[in-house]
Design a protein around this ligand. Sequence first.
Ligand SMILES: Nc1ncnc2c1ncn2[C@@H]1O[C@H](COP(=O)(O)OP(=O)(O)OP(=O)(O)O)[C@@H](O)[C@H]1O
Ligand SMILES: [Mg+2]
Length: 287
Amino acid sequence: MLTIEHLTKNYGGFTALNDISLELEPGVYGLLAPNGAGKTTLLKLITTLLYPTSGRILWDGKEIVSMGEDYRAILGYLPQEFGYYPGYTPVKFLRYVAALQCIPKAKAEERITELLKMVGMSEYADRKMKKLSGGMKQRIGIAQAMLADPKILILDEPTAGLDPKERVRFRNLIHSLSQDRIVILSTHIVSDIETIANRIIMIKDHELLCCEAPQKICDRFAGKIYEVPAGKDYHVENGHPVVLSERQQADGTVLRIYSEEAVPNGTPVAPNLEDAFLSIYQEGEEE
Ligand SMILES: Nc1ncnc2c1ncn2[C@@H]1O[C@H](COP(=O)(O)OP(=O)(O)OP(=O)(O)O)[C@@H](O)[C@H]1O
Ligand SMILES: [Mg+2]
């Protein structure tokens, strides 16, 4: 189990994360927050690439910064910007990463073949990295993070630049990887994690807002989300209805509205995670 205790990270006088406490068990965690909220900072603290200003992170009761190699051996990490040699092929790149991780050669070869198959890249194993599409590179990035069969897999914005088909493939892949391990993936795109995350971690104003099942987060907005045809009045006496989004229908545009009170011309609808996300961050993230 990964335990985060009262974690605070300051960059000079700026507090990026303030007093975050969490307990993570095997499963998929979606770290969902707007740009600049502190997602990468939190993930880097979990990888020990950054040190906390105060607070600590424990793996099965031991402080991760004191575990050294033992901790790195159970950790897989895909950085938000992952570096590779453009002239390398996926196989060569994965061999290189395996060597850095001191994985024995024979074992590495076996694992590389297995992983390339898992991420659907076997047929591109010998094509140069620079000639691969963004989504293909991301898949190799996930493969390198999985080399040591980590107990903790950290993926920072793994779906950036993926097309809809690749997003679906990615969701299936994450699902298949999540057996007996903690997977933490960050994104600001709700649909990427809505269906695969067991828990959603949200950060707002640099503090932990929640770590809950997606459905539970949606339930908090039950009775507060309405749809109103564009152009119709939706104002209420005392409240402040907020337009979250709009969509086109055959018979015109429909607004999706968050309101504490019933709105005129409004049809109550079941909240989805995007409604929750937009309602939670409606005032915008302070920098
Ligand atoms: N090395 C640094 N020095 C100073 N400020 C930093 C540093 N790294 C990050 N920050 C600030 O800390 C805050 C959180 O940054 P972070 O990269 O963790 O956000 P994020 O949620 O990952 O954003 P994004 O969605 O854009 O990747 C931002 O306001 C950022 O400007
Ligand atoms: Mg980031």
